[in-house]
Design a protein around this ligand. Structure first.
Ligand code: MN
Length: 393
């Protein structure tokens, strides 16, 4: 089988200043990467990893699984070494979901919470398993899928490429059929758009390009909290007439229009609020005049409601929980692990450990992140034990 029509699109979204996602479209190899890390780290990590996959896209006679495994090890080595050599890049890392078509099957490698889906017979199936805190909590029965979708730490991943000298990747193959459509995407799509809507969009779109545009538009219409990237390709019996990669650049008409209100004005995760406000006032990348007064009033009302509840919770001085911050560092929070809305939180950081969530075993994480509201002393003592065990003296 061969790759038929294919398209990709990557977009900054509506809340972030930079696009830290990267895509690889080099049939028969495709990948998405979602970088993390302060300053320029996230962008660099994703681009380094994507570069390794695109540089080695052509077949070398080695089977797909072995190739992908070797590429993920090489990408990990490059990102990790670069981070070691520059203190401003310390801790940078990236997700990667990469696939390569061979004959009648697709080899897949997965690290982090980007995803691969397959549309077959009108039904969308997620092929990869997220390496994320909330996915672990769902698998162990501590959270429902619905709770996971709203969890304030849904962006925390438990495995990343480039943060450690070695990387644990899922590598597997899945059989293909002519007519299958595959979608690779970063969490900027899946945290904004449900699987049902993704399935519907793929089924309704006239071709891969239209589907890519429609998915990015849907993520942005839902708020565009994060960078969003999609790669879509179809499996056909024979070679497609035009196998040139079609890397699209999202025109503003498709992703931002003044008629479509931004869901919430408040800040995206990890973005300073004044930056987000400044972006909104400048009209974002499109620099379109947009009426922000109703949004400001709504945000103000929500913020006031939040202040009342937060005051009540903090007043009790009894609620603590353990989680991880945006960079994955284990953190003790005072409050309860809920966001009223994005930007209006019922918790605040009181201690950030040098320990990162990916350094713990799944069992240790499950125990630590169990959301029984523990006392601060208990929470800190648990973390101190793990720091002694895990962090090198
Ligand atoms: Mn992301």
């Amino acid at each position: 089988m061969k790759i038929g029509q294919h398209a990709s699109l990557t977009d900054t979204g509506r809340k972030r200043l930079r696009n830290e996602d990267a895509v690889v479209v080099s049939a028969p190899l495709f990948a998405v990467a979602d970088g993390m890390g302060g300053a320029k780290g996230g962008q660099l990590a994703a681009q380094l990893a994507a570069g390794v996959f695109s540089d080695h896209a052509s077949s070398s006679g080695i089977d797909g699984e072995t190739r992908l495994r070797a590429l993920v090890v090489e990408a990990n080595r490059q990102v990790f070494n670069r981070a070691q050599s520059d203190p401003s890049l310390a801790g940078m890392g990236t997700t990667v979901t990469a696939v390569v078509l061979e004959d009648d099957h697709l080899a897949i490698v997965q690290v982090g919470d980007s995803r691969a889906y397959r549309l077959r017979g009108g039904v969308l199936d997620q092929l990869t398993e997220d390496h994320s805190l909330v996915a672990e909590l769902v698998r162990s029965g501590r959270l429902t899928r619905e709770e996971a979708a709203l969890h304030p730490q849904r962006a925390v991943i438990t495995r990343a490429l480039g943060t450690d000298p070695t990387v644990a990747a899922d590598v597997f193959v899945t059989p293909t059929q002519p007519g299958d459509v595959f979608l690779l995407c970063t969490d900027g799509l899946t945290t904004m758009v449900g699987d049902g809507a993704i399935e519907h969009t793929l089924l309704e779109s006239k071709d891969a390009q239209a589907a890519a545009r429609a998915l990015v538009r849907a993520a942005n219409q839902a708020g565009g909290d994060d960078n969003v990237s999609v790669v879509i390709f179809e499996i056909v019996e024979d070679a497609w007439a035009d196998p040139e990669p079609q890397i699209l650049t999202a025109p503003d008409e498709d992703t931002l229009t003044s008629l479509e209100p931004v869901a919430l004005l408040s800040g995206g995760v990890g973005e300073p609020r004044e930056t987000v406000l400044a972006t909104a006032q400048a009209g974002g990348r499109g620099a379109r005049p947009r009426s922000i007064l109703p949004l400001l009033l709504t945000a103000l009302a929500l913020a006031l409601a939040g202040v009342v509840v937060v005051g009540a919770v903090w007043g009790s001085k009894r609620a603590y929980f353990v989680g991880a911050d945006e960079q994955g560092y284990i953190t003790v929070y005072q409050g309860v692990p809920w966001d009223i809305t994005e930007g209006v939180k019922l918790y605040r950081e009181i201690y950030v450990s040098p320990l990162r969530a990916p350094q713990l075993t799944p069992e240790e994480r499950a125990e630590l992140f169990d959301h029984d509201l523990a006392g601060e002393d208990v929470a800190r003592e648990r973390i101190a034990e793990l720091e002694r065990l895990v962090v090198a003296p």
